[in-house]
Design a protein around this ligand. Structure first.
Ligand code: GTP
Ligand code: MG
Length: 197
């Protein structure tokens, strides 16, 4: 399995627009602006694969990317917690996201992307609890670590680890940066492991 052959497949706004629920996929979730799309681009060595933006709320649909193995996909989920959309739209997203998470049988694991400077927001915690409850393997990318000095980043990681101690669903907790590629190898290895199992 290699990541640099990733190709955009389709954007889905609801479950019946998603590719057939066969094979294996891993989805990237997290707060709006956390750095999900950037992480996907770094992992796939493709700066243009997933659209990134300084404006939160850029990714509004569920975007599917195929890898060089049959029915193997990475998925960019819409960010949550974007304040400037209407309540109705927010409910809409949450419903679709909920349907995707609850119904998608080929989902092998969830990557929760969080800004290392603002870890474990309320919604992040909800996602962790959801994974725990559904025995869904979870990988946490504490990204934008380039924004902190190494010592500060280390301390932040310790704090996150401590808070997640009791959650057995957390299989990987990785200090990450899309800017300087911290944690990239470890992240890719874990993804291969999930997708090829
Ligand atoms: P939504 O699609 O709105 O949910 O956001 P997203 O989580 O996909 O975030 P995106 O990848 O678009 O990144 C948001 C902003 O953070 C952009 O300006 C990125 O350039 C920046 N960014 C993302 N990752 C990193 C990182 O590792 N380091 C630094 N310094 N900036 C980053
Ligand atoms: Mg995005």
């Amino acid at each position: 399995l290699s990541f640099n052959s990733a190709r955009f497949m389709v954007s889905a706004s609801k479950l019946n627009e998603c590719p057939a629920d066969i094979g294996a996929e891993v989805a990237f979730a997290g707060r709006s602006n956390a750095g999900k799309s950037s992480a996907l681009n770094t992992i796939t060595v493709n700066g243009k694969l997933a659209r990134t933006s300084k404006t939160p709320g850029r990714t509004r649909l569920i975007n599917f990317f195929s890898l060089n193995r049959e029915n193997t996909r990475l998925v960019d989920l819409p960010g949550y917690g974007y304040a400037r959309v209407s309540r109705d739209m927010k409910d809409d997203w949450q419903t679709h996201l909920g349907h995707y998470l609850n119904d998608r049988r080929c989902l092998r694991g969830l990557v929760l992307v969080m800004d290392i400077r603002h870890p474990l927001t309320e919604f992040d915690q909800t996602m962790v609890q959801w994974c725990q409850h559904n025995t869904m393997p979870l990988m946490i990318l504490a990204t934008k670590s380039d924004k902190l000095k190494f010592g500060q980043a280390k301390t932040a990681m310790l704090g996150i680890r401590q808070k997640l101690n009791e959650f057995s669903c957390v299989q990987h907790l990785i200090m990450f940066s899309s800017s300087n590629k911290t944690g990239l190898d470890e992240c890719r290895q874990a993804l291969v492991h999930w997708l090829e199992a």
